[in-house]
Design a protein around this ligand. Sequence first.
Ligand SMILES: *[C@@H]1O[C@H](CO)[C@@H](O)[C@H](O)[C@H]1NC(C)=O
Ligand SMILES: *[C@@H]1O[C@H](CO)[C@@H](O)[C@H](O)[C@H]1NC(C)=O
Ligand SMILES: *[C@@H]1O[C@H](CO)[C@@H](O)[C@H](O)[C@H]1NC(C)=O
Ligand SMILES: *[C@@H]1O[C@H](CO)[C@@H](O)[C@H](O)[C@H]1NC(C)=O
Ligand SMILES: *[C@@H]1O[C@H](CO)[C@@H](O)[C@H](O)[C@H]1NC(C)=O
Ligand SMILES: *[C@@H]1O[C@H](CO)[C@@H](O)[C@H](O)[C@H]1NC(C)=O
Ligand SMILES: *[C@@H]1O[C@H](CO)[C@@H](O)[C@H](O)[C@H]1NC(C)=O
Length: 336
Amino acid sequence: MQDSLIIKPPKKSPVLLRMAVLMFATVCSVYICSVCLKQISTQARSLFQNMQGIESPIPNKFIMLEEIPHLHYPKPTTFSRAECAHNPVQFFAVLSIQRSGSGWFETLLNSHNNVSSNGEIFSMKDRRKNISTIVQTLDKVYNLDWLSSASKNQCTAAVGFKWMLNQGLMEHHKEIVEYFKHKGVSAIFLFRRNLLRRMVSMLANSYDRNAKLLNGTHKSHVHTPEEADTLSKYKPSINSTLLISDLKQMEVIAAKALNYFNSTRNMILYYEDLVGNRTKLNDVQEFLGLPVMRLTSRQVKIHRGGLSDHVKNWDDVNKTLTGTVYESFLHADYQS
Ligand SMILES: *[C@@H]1O[C@H](CO)[C@@H](O)[C@H](O)[C@H]1NC(C)=O
Ligand SMILES: *[C@@H]1O[C@H](CO)[C@@H](O)[C@H](O)[C@H]1NC(C)=O
Ligand SMILES: *[C@@H]1O[C@H](CO)[C@@H](O)[C@H](O)[C@H]1NC(C)=O
Ligand SMILES: *[C@@H]1O[C@H](CO)[C@@H](O)[C@H](O)[C@H]1NC(C)=O
Ligand SMILES: *[C@@H]1O[C@H](CO)[C@@H](O)[C@H](O)[C@H]1NC(C)=O
Ligand SMILES: *[C@@H]1O[C@H](CO)[C@@H](O)[C@H](O)[C@H]1NC(C)=O
Ligand SMILES: *[C@@H]1O[C@H](CO)[C@@H](O)[C@H](O)[C@H]1NC(C)=O
């Protein structure tokens, strides 16, 4: 297409020529747009099918671009890397959606001696106000100057944080992808296959923000079965009118994110797979170039057992999803 754009400008009719070029450009951009849209929807569909396959053993999507990751030797301004100054550091970001297990995943990562995953740093609005504040924040994190309770300081071998898709990531995706590629940041996507479970978790967590069921404090993550039982006593009801379109919308957002970031070095994880198979955590450590260790978390799942026990208007939800592509969400549970 680019070749055909090189046209010798004839002197005779510049207006006609300009019109022709304008027409050509318009046709081209419409074509490009339609191709892009088609690709996005194809991807959305394939992710969609991917997420359906909860009960059948589907291959795990695991993309690793073959290029050698950049080796980084940051020189933090806040401390000296001392004896670890010669150990390279990998940069990563966990890209996820609220209530998809990313809090749990992050505690697992941080149980590694050499990982600093600094939490949901873009939950603060002023850090994601515009691309400059985003880049400033990223620079600080990847220079090891972001000090949080998770920082391992001098002997960090992988540094990152978790970033929810609705925290500026989608709006500024172009610049962020450029940053990731330029700086050599690896993306770890973490999604949940069963979006109905995610929705229940979302509604319950949102309810507890006001209800504060645990002795007057709101907790998004818990560490004892008793706390889990207290929180799961609340049964949200789900608006079945909007259910299908809400589920679809979540899938589209995830597919869009995968599409935006597909040129970065990345891997895709599903929460259910991690719960069912802890060996998956070795893949993550290898992806980050870390010495492989057994990772642990003290967090306890809040909504255990069948989903029918956790939804107030279950019959309604059951009726709405039975016979749709989402029917498997009603039954699926993970072993553990
Ligand atoms: C981004 O926001 C910061 C803080 O409000 C402001 O100082 C800066 O001028 C903004 N930059 C751009 C490019 O808008
Ligand atoms: C991991 O951290 C330990 C100290 O906790 C350090 O001795 C070791 O060199 C680090 N490993 C890497 C790969 O940075
Ligand atoms: C609430 O506080 C009481 C007294 O401190 C304690 O015994 C109980 O376990 C707490 N309950 C929860 C759900 O944390
Ligand atoms: C469900 O959502 C629709 C559309 O927003 C609304 O009209 C309806 O009242 C809601 N139903 C319930 C039970 O809240
Ligand atoms: C990324 O997505 C675009 C558009 O869907 C596609 O053309 C391209 O091949 C993908 N790149 C990779 C590395 O998968
Ligand atoms: C568990 O995960 C590992 C690493 O991805 C994989 O090789 C293995 O086949 C998985 N095991 C099962 C039972 O799925
Ligand atoms: C959904 O409803 C049907 C018909 O009432 C029932 O047979 C089935 O067990 C229900 N499924 C679940 C998962 O509750």
